[in-house]
Design a protein around this ligand. Structure first.
Ligand SMILES: [Zn+2]
Length: 318
């Protein structure tokens, strides 16, 4: 009898739990992401192109109830400085774009979130690539490579501790699958210019592709929003993550947005002073004026009042 009651009660409990689970699943939004990130590099003042990217990230986070991490990439040790770091905080607060995780100021950034704090993680990944014979040293000068001369360092088999050498990652020819925001899997090959890309710089610090993969996995981002110019990097990062044994990188969803260009069609750069948010802010432009400027540059007419409106227009572009 006691055994029978136990089975009966546990069956009821099981039914109740199953019903609760179904109710919970039914009330969750269809596309639900946990975390996305805003990832500026403080090597110049932020410009209108960054604002566009932040606005789209914030809007997609809002629509999906995702948290926003502020991830500041400071591995470019020669160019990063306090003025540019402060500009990240000033710009985001001026634009009224909030973030839920990450540093609130320079002190907190340096103590907890600077990439210098994660050097052991990056070096662990570099060691793994070394152990698997996936890297080689390259001592080609930038001048030589820019002139179009080929790098034959793979065949030279230079020691990895060669002074002033970068480490290049040996890429294959396999096709890469990327999970896109509309639910499709996009299949593509690594572009020629990304073959054997650099994973460790001449100064011994890890390069962008490696730190970006490591950080997005470390912080658990499951939605990455970035400009179309970073599509080759997205492909490179998938290849790298696989070689690091982190196939879970393939579960991240990517949203690539159109780029803001000058009237002559060039990509905006940080050296273009008059498109820096700091310049515009100090010359009296309100956030609404800045959002409207971006919309106009994107061929969208009419006034824009906030980042939600700007992003909404861009997201719905054909
Ligand atoms: Zn080389």
């Amino acid at each position: 009898m006691v055994g029978g009651e136990f089975i009966f009660i546990s069956t009821i409990q099981h039914l109740v739990i199953s019903c609760l689970k179904i109710t919970r699943e039914l009330t969750l939004p269809a596309a639900n992401y946990l975390k996305t990130r805003i990832a500026p590099t403080p090597s110049g003042f932020l410009h209108l192109g960054n604002v566009l990217s932040f606005a789209i990230t914030a809007e997609l986070a809002r629509r999906n109830n995702a948290k926003i991490l502020l991830r500041i990439d400071d591995m470019d040790r020669e160019r990063v400085n306090e003025q540019y770091l402060q500009d990240v905080f000033d710009t985001l607060s001026f634009l009224e774009i909030e973030w839920h995780e990450g540093p609130r100021n320079i002190e907190e950034f340096e103590a907890v979130y600077s990439q210098l704090n994660r050097l052991p993680l990056y070096n662990m990944y570099l060691d793994k690539l070394c152990q698997n014979g996936k890297v080689y040293a390259c001592n080609c000068s930038r001048k030589k490579l820019n002139s179009g001369a080929p790098c034959n360092c793979f065949d030279k088999k230079l020691p990895l501790d060669t002074p002033d050498a970068t480490w290049r990652f040996v890429t294959g020819e396999e096709s890469i699958e990327v999970k896109s925001y509309n639910g499709e899997m996009i299949s593509a090959a690594l572009p020629t210019e990304m073959r054997n890309f650099i994973v460790r710089k001449k100064d011994g610090f890890p390069a962008y592709q490696l730190t970006s993969v490591a950080d997005d996995l470390f912080y658990g981002a499951d939605l990455i929003v970035r400009g179309n110019d970073l599509w080759p990097s997205t492909l490179a990062q998938h290849v790298l993550a696989k070689a690091l044994g982190r196939d879970d990188f393939g579960n991240i969803t990517f949203y690539h947005h159109p780029l803001l260009t000058t009237t002559s069609g060039e990509k905006l750069s940080k050296s273009a002073g008059d498109t820096s948010v700091k310049y515009l802010r100090e010359h009296g432009s309100s956030p609404a004026v800045i959002y409207s400027m971006i919309a106009q540059m994107m061929g969208i007419s009419g006034a824009i009042n906030n980042w939600q409106q700007l992003a909404g227009k861009i997201i719905s572009l054909p």
